[in-house]
Design a protein around this ligand. Sequence first.
Ligand SMILES: [Zn+2]
Length: 114
Amino acid sequence: MCSYCLKPVGGLLFRWKNRWYGACSREHLNKIKEQLETGQRETLKTPMINNDAVIDAVSSSKDTYIKLAKENKSYVLHEWEKDDRVGLFREAIKEYLVICTEQANKGFSREDNG
Ligand SMILES: [Zn+2]
């Protein structure tokens, strides 16, 4: 994920002190370096959450939810085995990233969601 624009695609990685930062482009890599050098990255930017993608990700992980609920004999999430709870969130987050990566690569129009 790009540390500057939060796009989930990024091929560039660089190290600053003890941390690694990702960047989607050389341009953003330079912006991040600039912010680090001038101490502008002390406060975290509010992450942008794509609500439509969250809704799609939740729908896509419904089958996993039902399967795990049956295995745990409960539809109450906090009664599940920890691995299964983590597994469900992993599935939803993975779906979310797949949707966002696709949108970042192809672009999307407002009408697609309407
Ligand atoms: Zn970027």
